[in-house]
Design a protein around this ligand. Structure first.
Ligand SMILES: *[C@@H]1O[C@H](CO)[C@@H](O)[C@H](O)[C@H]1NC(C)=O
Ligand SMILES: *[C@@H]1O[C@H](CO)[C@@H](O)[C@H](O)[C@H]1NC(C)=O
Ligand SMILES: *[C@@H]1O[C@H](CO)[C@@H](O)[C@H](O)[C@H]1NC(C)=O
Ligand SMILES: *[C@@H]1O[C@H](CO)[C@@H](O)[C@H](O)[C@H]1NC(C)=O
Length: 781
């Protein structure tokens, strides 16, 4: 799940909601279906509406891959509209152009208009909706510009409250965000050209500080009759400009009253910038000089097609729903972080600048490793961004949005993102010495405010090897909670740093960080059982013993309910404002988080069989929660106990039952991560982020191929694919040679090759030997 602060709900950043009002009755322009020549267009399998209810918070509007402009209709559903639109019957507030996809959060409310049921159309680069004011609005986007096409009824007069009135469209631009955080700003309408410009200062939705956003809107298609401004107090035709003094209240904006458009359409082009109004206008003029809607849609489709063309699948035996689940997941993996290069007002740099790392706690596990394979160029630019943030802001972010520091949920997991890129040889333009300096800074130097960067309790981390739940002294300030989850994550982050140290030949550092990566052991309480009293007073639980537990400064263990913050026991008490020792998960869950040394964990928990029994119980009992990113890796951790078949089994319990093509087909906030998980599960490999390790399960496809950076193909092929229960690998061949390891390295995706699985209905001995399981620190990684 994405972050959540209960006391201060998160929200969306949005500037200049383009609202409109026309007194007219319904007109729905039927969209012509796109023709697909010869082969099936993968875009026809992308359904941007998946995850627009049920807490998925997916942005379903028009955007380029990683595009800054994200245009959609904003719905008045406070619980669900974190990304603007919601697939329900809530009224529409207007259209806005800056969104994030898939985050957590809750929003405020504005004016609204009912929608026309069944009128929504969404596909890559295009979104459309009809409203009861009889305007049918279509939208598309380039990198920094949203383009709207408002379609009006073809009549001189329209009915309004039983009265016929002239069909004269009114367009309002309102300077606001859904959370009503705007302070100050400026707005102006130029009566002759109809251009509207403005800017405002807004607060980020899960971070500190504020940011400024600028827009520049131009219109085409109708003669301007009148123009002016409005505030909560008055509507004025005389006043054409509002500034800090006059922009009072939450609601304020500019308006134009048009004559009836001769072809019943008005185009609105909204340029965006974080630098200046001038840059917003320039962006718009350069990107969409001629208001050509179809051309923008086609360019956007082409951009998406190209991104998705890295992957080819054999659809034999796959339902349309499964194909939609896969391609839509892959599509969502490339919605954010967003490319704001050239739009960063904070520092001058020739480095790329991506924003909306929202949050790395969610994205480091699946999304970034997936991008390393399907879009290494962009992942490289994201890594360069992170290192440049370190250079100019002083620390790597754990979460960053809207040019501000977001809240840190657990460890300093950008360390894992950097290590992952490092061990997979991403190099182009990356200053790895500076990158190493950045991760070492996380490990060694506690910042003044570790709420938003770095780590807290660093002194205890170094001296005691764990975060005491009652730690007193820390150099900086931050929430002194989450001692278990922070200990587990800091240990893994240090392991990631050790791998970088090794690659850079820093032997002493390597030793130091490998040593610290064992610190999870310090919170392992072998005596802790899983027994507790239910509401009736009866003792319930399981027979399992040995869990990560909070520990005091004096060394004694303290108790936290082993199931607290799991779906079956008080799930919602471990968000950012928690007073507990785990973050968004239970001690049960965090006890499995030892990706650096699963071999040690397995022996601590009683050996392979006991571990497998426990992990199966975890999945079967409901303690596991797939709606949160931490649930991903435990689905595959059977591999470490030599039971890759069980990973294959559990993947198929979750896909498609919890990841599917329905509008509610995502179990939690997408964060671009749920889509990544689904895509990886379909393709048959899951990354152990930070390591050069992918855990193998048979793809759901008969065959899948990924284009490699070297121009080759990495193909995974199932032999005996078809029967629903033939999910177990019997034997494998890599480039024609027998392959018994249940994992593979990045070399396969870099240089290409053919990996063939022979499938069967029973678990086999494939991948079960000591030498077949993925590496662990204690067994000589
Ligand atoms: C908003 O834009 C105007 C006009 O370009 C400019 O003078 C003003 O400084 C901007 N305000 C902010 C807060 O950037
Ligand atoms: C540590 O402190 C706790 C709480 O004050 C106390 O119950 C426990 O006995 C102490 N342990 C040691 C080893 O002193
Ligand atoms: C699709 O996924 C959602 C979210 O996980 C789940 O609630 C729903 O039952 C699934 N639907 C189907 C048809 O499997
Ligand atoms: C990365 O490069 C090193 C040294 O050139 C090489 O040994 C290693 O196999 C490469 N790893 C990958 C994953 O390509």
């Amino acid at each position: 799940m994405a972050p959540f602060i209960k006391s201060a709900p998160r929200s969306r950043r949005i500037v200049a909601v383009l609202a409109f009002a026309v007194l007219a009755y319904v007109l729905i322009v039927a969209l012509t279906a796109r023709s697909i020549r010869g082969h099936v267009d993968v875009l026809s399998y992308v359904d941007p509406l998946i995850g627009t209810v049920n807490g998925g918070h997916v942005f379903p509007g028009a955007t380029l891959p990683y595009g800054m402009a994200k245009a959609v209709a904003d719905a008045r559903n406070h619980a669900e509209n974190a990304a603007g639109f919601v697939s329900d019957d809530s009224h529409i507030l207007g259209f806005s152009h800056l969104h994030d996809s898939g985050t957590g959060g809750v929003l405020g409310s504005l004016r609204s208009t009912p929608r026309i049921e069944g009128s929504v159309r969404a596909r890559p680069g295009y979104f459309a909706i009809g409203l009861s004011n009889s305007v049918y609005t279509e939208m598309t986007a380039t990198a920094h510009t949203a383009l709207y096409r408002f379609n009006f009824p073809a009549s001189e007069e329209v009915e309004s409250d039983g009265v016929l009135v002239p069909n004269n469209p009114l367009v309002l631009i309102e300077l606001t965000d859904l959370a009503n955080t705007r302070t100050g700003g400026y707005l102006e309408v130029f009566p002759d050209s109809g251009r509207m410009v403005g800017n405002g200062t807004f607060r980020p939705s899960f971070g500190t500080g504020n940011y400024k956003a600028h827009f520049c809107a131009d219109f085409q298609g109708a003669v301007i009759r009148k123009s002016g401004t409005f505030t909560q107090k008055e509507v004025s035709e005389r006043t054409k400009m509002l500034d800090e003094r006059t922009l009072s209240g939450i609601s304020a904006g500019t308006w134009i009253h048009f004559a009836r458009p001769p072809n019943n359409q008005i185009m609105a082009r909204v340029g965006l910038s974080f630098m200046s109004v001038d840059q917003a206008c320039r962006n718009a003029e350069q990107e969409i000089p001629d208001f050509g809607f179809e051309a923008v849609v086609q360019a956007s489709e082409q951009a998406w097609r190209e991104k998705l063309s890295v992957v080819q699948v054999d659809p034999t035996g796959m339902s349309r729903d499964l194909l939609k689940t896969f391609w839509s997941g892959l599509y969502r993996a490339m919605l954010s972080p967003e490319d704001y290069t050239g739009e960063n007002p904070l520092w001058d740099s020739s480095e790329p600048y991506f924003d909306s790392f929202y949050c790395i706690w969610d994205s480091f596990r699946a999304q970034h490793p997936l991008l390393t394979i399907i879009d290494p160029e962009t992942q490289t630019r994201m890594v360069r961004t992170l290192i440049d943030v370190y250079k100019h802001a002083g620390k790597l972010p754990d979460c960053r949005m809207s040019f501000t520091k977001g809240y840190t949920q657990g460890g300093s997991n950008a360390d894992v993102v950097l290590a992952d890129a490092f061990v997979k040889n991403l190099t182009e333009g990356i200053d790895w010495n500076l990158g190493y300096e950045a991760v070492v800074s996380d490990a060694e130097e506690e910042p003044e405010d570790w709420t938003v960067e770095g780590r807290g309790n660093v002194e205890s981390w170094h001296k005691l090897g764990y975060i005491p739940s009652d730690d007193k002294q820390t150099f900086g300030t931050g929430p002194k909670t989450r001692s278990i989850s922070r200990t587990a994550e800091y240990a893994y982050d240090d392991f990631a740093i050790a791998l970088m140290a090794r690659g850079l030949g820093k032997t002493d550092d390597e030793k130091k960080y490998l040593w610290r990566s064992n610190n999870w052991k310090n919170l392992y309480n072998p005596e802790q059982d899983d027994q507790y009293q239910d509401e009736t007073g009866a003792m319930v639980g399981s027979k399992f013993k040995g869990f990560l537990q909070p520990r005091l400064l004096n060394g004694s263990f303290h108790y936290q309910h082993t199931r607290l913050c799991s779906p079956i026991y008080e799930q919602h008490v471990c968000y950012f404002d928690t007073r507990y020792d785990t973050y968004e998960g239970s001690p049960w869950l965090y006890t499995f988080y030892v990706p650096q040394d699963m071999a040690s964990l397995i022996s601590a928990l009683g050996g392979r069989d006991a571990f497998v029994e426990r992990l199966e119980y975890f999945h079967a009992s409901g303690i596991q929660y797939m709606g949160n990113e931490q649930g991903f890796l435990p689905t595959f951790q059977f591999h470490y106990a030599g039971r890759p078949g069980l990973s294959s089994y559990w993947v198929r319990q979750y896909v498609p039952a919890q990841f599917n093509s329905s509008i509610n087909g995502i179990p939690g906030n997408d964060d671009c991560a749920m889509g990544s998980f689904a895509a990886l599960a379909f393709m048959g490999f899951f990354p152990v982020a930070g390591q050069d390790v992918y855990l193998l399960t048979p793809p759901l496809f008969r065959e899948v191929s990924l284009r490699t950076p070297t121009g080759g193909l990495a193909t995974i092929r199932n032999i005996g694919h078809g029967p629903a229960d033939a999910i177990y690998v019997q034997s494998a061949r890599l480039n024609g040679r027998p392959y018994t390891k249940n994992w593979i390295t990045h070399d396969f995706f870099y240089n290409g090759g053919v990996l063939e699985f022979v499938l069967g209905r029973r678990e086999s001995s494939w991948g079960t030997g000591d030498e077949d399981v993925p590496p662990s620190l204690s067994t000589g990684l």
